[in-house]
Design a binder for this molecule. Structure first.
Ligand code: NDP
Length: 287
């Protein structure tokens, strides 16, 4: 039996349509949410992301502010721009596209963003808030994965989840979100012993490793829900971290790459910007 394909593209389109509706409702109150994206340097992959973020921001009726700085911009100049965006009431969300050039201190730059405008959810305050169960801005990729999981599985309480990867932007917040939903969570990484056996216990398996075809078909517990976060550029195009063809024979449901987690990430960025705008105006969080 072949797994159901989780259509992230369709889910993301539905989410964006809901956001566009909420943006129209805010417009009736004279509020237009704004997202500022800052790109330093000319990394081609970042260029693509920034362009599609800008386009989708405009498509849902928000204002997109795009700031492009040369690769040799001093860190102080970037911090000054962030301070200006922090103070600008038209800007509800600020995203500094990573990676930054090597001469910059990524943590210092991210932590300069006002936490309530940190729509990537990478600020140390937001990471701490998520970890301690307080209202936070949640990183977009894990938030998108959580939505796909809830759509497919309903309540996640008691489910056994394995997250492969412990980065601050995917693995750790993913584990926090699953824990918040009362799943039983194990975080695996490069030092984990007998990863295949651990994966075989997982009803929910999240792969955020960054290595093509890393997760083998026979690591999948029959019927498991598999979320492949990986985006790996190979000669054959974009592939995930999971051996999709083999995994599909055992999983109950699986996200494809492309067309799975990726589109949800950008939609969640817009959702976070909407949430930030609502909170600024003392309105309840959108659904
Ligand atoms: P990082 O490189 O920061 O983290 C990778 C993680 O994988 C690390 O925790 C590392 O462990 C672990 N790992 C590496 N090798 C092994 C191994 N042999 N066995 C077990 N664990 C291993 O990557 P990111 O978290 O930033 O991204 C992960 C993937 O997700 C990438 O392909 C990236 O492109 C993609 N991505 C996709 C997004 C989307 O929108 N779909 C958004 C963000 C990322 P250790 O800590 O021990 O080194």
């Amino acid at each position: 039996m072949s797994a159901e394909i989780i259509d992230g593209k369709a889910s993301a389109a539905r989410l964006r349509a809901r956001i566009a509706e909420d943006v129209r409702a805010l417009a009736a109150r004279g509020i237009t949410p704004g997202l500022a994206v800052v790109l330093v340097g000319e990394d081609p992959a970042s260029e693509v992301y920034v362009r599609s973020k800008g386009r989708m921001t405009r498509e849902v009726g928000m204002t997109s502010f795009e700031h492009r700085l040369p690769a040799d911009t001093p860190e102080d100049a970037l911090l000054a721009l962030i301070a200006q965006l922090n103070a600008d009431p038209a800007v509800n969300g600020i995203l500094v596209q990573l990676p930054l050039p090597r001469h910059m201190d990524e943590a210092a730059v991210i932590n300069a963003i006002a936490p309530e405008k940190d729509v990537d959810g990478f600020h140390v305050i937001n990471a701490g808030r998520l970890a301690t169960g307080q209202t936070a801005m949640v990183p977009c990729t894990p938030l998108g994965c959580l939505m796909l999981l809830r759509d497919r599985l309903g309540p996640l309480a008691g489910k056994r989840a394995v997250v492969i990867g412990r980065s601050n932007i995917v693995g750790k917040p993913m584990a926090q979100l699953l824990l918040r939903d009362s799943a039983t969570v194990t975080i695996a990484h490069s030092r984990t012993a007998d990863l295949p056996a651990l994966c075989r216990e997982a009803e929910i398996l999240i792969a955020a490793v960054g290595r093509p075809f890393f997760v083998q078909g026979d690591w999948i517990r029959p019927g498991a829900t598999v979320i492949d976060v990986g985006i790996n550029r190979t000669e054959d195009g974009l592939v995930g971290d999971v051996d999709f063809v083999a995994a599909r024979q055992r999983a109950g449901a699986i996200t494809p790459v492309p067309g799975g987690v990726g589109p949800m990430t950008i939609a969640c960025l817009l959702a976070n910007t909407l949430t930030a705008a609502a909170r600024t105006h003392g309105l309840p969080d959108p659904e």
